[in-house]
Design a protein around this ligand. Structure first.
Ligand code: NAP
Length: 477
């Protein structure tokens, strides 16, 4: 942990960032590079930093995880403190952070899923993509979830890149995953998988599928797996043809070419198959105590190009399947003490300044998926966080209270409450331990997936060994 006490003519501003994912780190970077004396205190509910880059990016996409190298450099910049294993709303309140810091930036992402709102959605063997992705990535919240991969037929509702990840991890030969950082418990279950057929279901047409072409192509290249589409499903209306010719349509033309190639393929006996299905909207999940069927209704597209919606017809379609994943988009979770738009699942804002009705709430800011909704790639968060930090610095340049004590004050508060803090030094030790556990298996790391194990591995002393921030402060300053 870096505790900076440099005396400076201009007093440092103390900024708390809540959430240690990409948008939080890009906000920290923008602050630390701003040229102003700044102290950044990043507060994260898990002991581990890096958010979705650690627990959302699929294990077979290691290049995307290289963003961690950038975040690690930011974390090692003087003026940065990591408060891991501390939850805002439980261990410290928004009001307390407002009192201890000049500004608080919320970068908590979109931690839950949208709901389909249909009967049977919560039946056993119906899961969200978040649960499955968190499970195979070793997120402690999902460590003990169980997924019945003894089923032959699986349906995935949604046609975005998360659906592609869920599909690919089930469809790939398990041996191709052994050298990734996939959690060991997931590898064991995938190795026994009996899944033969995966239906990937979109409520609109092939031109409207949200996959990026790169991700879709990858699904077509899985060894031992036929990737199929029905030619009749690929007929396009005039509005979809118009969408295809738009020069800003980056993925539509590549995707439709791939779907057409998939429609010409035939499955070989004994192969796994991925089937892309279109114009089907979910109506119900049914089964005797657990999922046995997904009931859909055929849809037709209505509306102008780029605003076409799926209108249900009265033609029912059923898919017999023993396992369903809902991959229809993430949504943010409300934070006690912070305004929240429940319809959008985001915090209302203007230029990153948190809004309460029409008024901005001084000192409160938001960035990333909690600000704009769950869209874009990891790098999209950089521009988003730069905008928020520009607003924050502009506000503080008008003058700010000199009395804030930032990390020191929060540390005292947490110590009084007996809250253990997992700092960046703890994380570095855990990181080293994970890497060395992975080595004999040829994996980049073997993640610890339980919080107790993380604490033990990072201190070598077991659960009770996590330090209070106050004592860490004394040791390192
Ligand atoms: P997404 O791209 O928004 O896709 C959501 C899918 O769910 C769409 O097909 C959508 O269809 C469908 N859907 C929404 N509501 C539905 C409903 N009620 N019934 C049926 N279908 C419904 O979301 P995502 O896949 O969760 O991805 C989130 C973000 O992360 C995206 O920006 C994505 O690109 C990014 N990501 C990137 C990567 C990567 O780069 N490798 C990997 C994972 C995620 P409509 O279009 O009709 O709404």
């Amino acid at each position: 942990m870096h505790i900076v006490s440099a005396m400076s003519a201009i007093p440092a501003i103390h900024v708390a960032i809540v959430g240690a994912g990409p948008s939080g780190f890009y906000a920290a970077e923008a602050l630390l590079r701003s040229g102003r004396p700044v102290r950044v205190d990043m507060i994260e509910r898990l002991p581990t930093p890096f958010g979705l880059v650690r627990s959302g990016v699929a294990p077979d996409h290691p290049k995307l995880k290289q963003a961690i190298l950038v975040y690690d450099r930011i974390a090692r910049t003087p003026g940065f403190n990591f408060f891991g294993d501390v939850q805002v709303g439980r261990d410290v309140t928004v009001a307390e952070l407002r009192a201890t810091h000049h500004a608080v930036v919320f970068a908590c992402g979109a931690e839950t899923d949208r709901r389909m709102g249909i009967p049977g959605e919560d039946l056993p063997r119906s899961h969200t993509a978040t649960e499955f992705v968190g499970w195979f990535n070793g997120h402690p919240d999902y460590r003990d979830r169980t997924f019945d991969l003894g089923q032959e037929t699986v349906a995935i509702v949604g046609q975005g890149n998360v659906a592609a990840d869920v599909c690919r991890i089930m469809a790939k030969p398990v041996d191709e995953l052994r050298s990734t950082d996939i959690a060991e418990h997931a590898l064991d279950v995938l190795a026994r998988s009996l899944v033969r057929e995966i239906h990937v279901i979109g409520r609109r047409g092939p031109v409207q599928a949200k996959f990026t072409t790169k991700e879709l192509r990858e699904l077509g290249e899985i060894a031992g797996c036929a990737t199929l589409a029905d030619a009749a499903d690929l007929a396009l209306n005039a509005e979809s043809e118009t969408e295809l010719t738009d020069r800003n349509n980056l993925n539509g033309p590549g995707n439709i070419a791939l779907f057409r190639a998939f429609a010409a393929r035939k499955p070989a006996v004994g192969q796994r198959a991925i089937r892309f299905r279109f114009h089907l909207s979910p109506v119900a999940l049914v089964g005797d105590g657990q999922v046995e069927k997904l009931i859909l209704t055929r849809t037709r597209l209505e509306g102008p190009p780029f605003a076409q919606v799926a209108r249900p017809t009265d033609e029912p379609v059923k898919v017999d399947c023993g396992l369903v994943f809902r991959s229809i988009g993430y949504r943010g979770v409300a934070i006690p003490g912070l305004p929240f738009n429940d319809t959008l699942g985001t915090v209302p804002h203007t230029g990153g300044r948190v809004l309460d009705g029409a008024a901005t709430l001084p000192g409160l800011y938001v960035t990333g998926w909690l600000k704009r909704g769950p869209t874009g790639i990891i790098g999209t968060n950089r521009a988003d966080s730069v905008e928020t930090v520009e607003s924050l610095l502009a506000d503080l340049s008008k003058g700010c209270d000199r009395e804030k004590r930032g990390a020191e004050a929060v540390g005292e508060l947490l110590e009084r409450r007996g809250v253990r803090v997992f700092d960046y030094q703890n994380w570095s030790m855990l990181d080293t331990a994970e890497i060395s556990r992975g080595k004999p298996k040829g994996k980049p790391r073997e993640k610890f997936t339980r919080i107790d194990e993380m604490l033990a591995a990072s201190t070598g002393r077991g659960n009770e060994a996590g330090r209070f921030f106050g004592s860490a402060l004394e040791k390192t300053s």
